[in-house]
Design a protein. Structure first.
Length: 68
């Protein structure tokens, strides 16, 4: 169980994992690196990625990745 409650996020849903959902957003923010995410696929679909966790290290498509 998480150590903090985030009641303001209660009931929110993730978007579907497909190109049309990702492409409709201006930017993707990676705030947590999860091992079950296909980051190379994300780089292919997204126009711009801000990666705060170095999750995209070594992937192709570095021109659209901003490390923060």
């Amino acid at each position: 169980r998480p150590s903090r409650e985030h009641s303001h996020w209660a009931g929110t849903k993730s978007i579907e994992w497909n190109p049309s959902q990702i492409e409709r957003h201006d930017v993707v923010l990676i705030a947590t690196a999860h091992s079950n995410i296909d980051y190379q696929q994300l780089v292919q679909w997204a126009g711009l990625i801000v990666d705060t966790r170095n999750a995209t290290c070594g992937l192709q498509g570095r021109a659209k990745i901003v490390r923060a």
